[in-house]
Design a protein around this ligand. Structure first.
Ligand SMILES: [Fe+2]
Ligand SMILES: [Fe+2]
Length: 317
């Protein structure tokens, strides 16, 4: 029976793949500047500087757009936690280290541009936003006990980058502001490139250590939660976002999980041993249940919309 590869062995074996994908990323990524995406002439001082403090009627965003913007921005804000996770389980040496630094610097732009946009346009209450950021960042991101290590983290960030891409893009659509839409599309393009890096590295791990990587992937998909878990109002905002198609179960299954699994040929591979086979089977059962849950969620949502319409309640988008 083959011995498991250690994390160091995996990182060492995959260093050339990391280097090739880092170079690919650098050749594809376009530089952009957060200040180019913010309508500065809409800005004015707050009371501390002789102006007017925020009031709800100043926001042009509907409730769904607000919930999605806050959730997505607080998620981006927690970058120090993600940096810690990634730098601990990848490595700070060679191409791995260059990637971790570059990726962190790119991610930081997302929080910068979204916050600037929201404060300048008065889209959301800046005091409530700051209070939520303090709570969320103080708490940080904690991996569950069965997580950690390179394989689980590289699988997780593959799905998570794609999930944030979907969420940012759909948030742009509900803002009813071409400036916000353009900004969020710009961020979504970054997230897609990040996803490709991690997806390629996770794919290479599958070729290198099929059983170990398959177990990590099955674990990740079956326990997946968005990284914003635990932030103030996460559940309320998440439900609102799901009901209005910013990020719902069908999108999670069909636009995030399935395309990535297909790219890795998970259900066509024949290089698994008993452990890999068992993990793949476990994943297959989970996906069937998820497909059932998608239908249940949509029936519930449609019933609720019908009830609201009968009572004359307009949906916020
Ligand atoms: Fe991001
Ligand atoms: Fe990203």
């Amino acid at each position: 029976m083959n011995k498991d590869l250690t994390q160091l062995e995996i990182l060492t074996e995959l260093e050339p793949v990391a280097e090739a994908n880092l170079n690919r990323h650098l050749s594809m990524a376009k530089d952009w500047h957060p200040h180019d995406y913010v309508p500065w002439d809409e800005g004015r001082n707050f009371a501390a500087m002789g102006g007017v403090d925020w009031a709800p009627e100043q926001s042009k965003l509907n409730e769904v757009a607000k919930a999605a913007m806050i959730t997505n921005l607080l998620t981006e804000d927690n970058l120090p936690s993600y940096h810690r996770e990634i730098s601990e389980s990848f490595s700070m040496d060679g191409a791995w280290g260059t990637w971790v630094g570059r990726w962190t610097a790119e991610e930081n732009r997302h929080g910068i541009v979204m916050r600037d946009y929201l404060v300048v346009t008065r889209g959301i209450d800046p005091v409530a936003l700051e209070e939520a950021r303090m709570i969320h960042m103080t708490q940080g991101v904690r991996s569950p006990d069965n997580w950690g290590g390179f394989l689980v983290n590289v699988a997780y960030v593959t799905f998570q980058e794609l999930a944030t891409r979907v969420s940012h893009r759909n948030t742009g659509r509900v803002c009813n502001d071409p400036i916000a839409d353009r900004m969020l599309q710009r961020i979504a393009t970054d997230e897609n490139l990040h996803m490709i890096f991690y997806r390629n590295l996770c794919g290479a791990s599958l070729d290198l250590a099929p059983d170990q990587a398959m177990e990590a992937i099955a674990n990740t998909v079956t326990f997946f939660v968005m990284p914003g878990y635990g932030m103030p109002n996460f559940r309320r905002n998440g439900v609102l976002m799901a009901k209005h198609g910013i990020y719902d179960l069908r999108q999670h299954l069909e636009e995030v999980v399935q395309p990535v699994l297909k790219k890795w040929n998970i259900f066509e591979r024949n290089d698994f041993g008993a452990r890999g086979e068992a993990a793949r089977e476990h994943l297959g059962v989970f996906l069937e249940k998820l497909a059932g849950d998608v239908l249940k969620f949509e029936e519930q949502r449609d019933r609720m919309f019908a009830r609201d319409a009968a009572r004359g309640i307009m949906q916020p988008v």
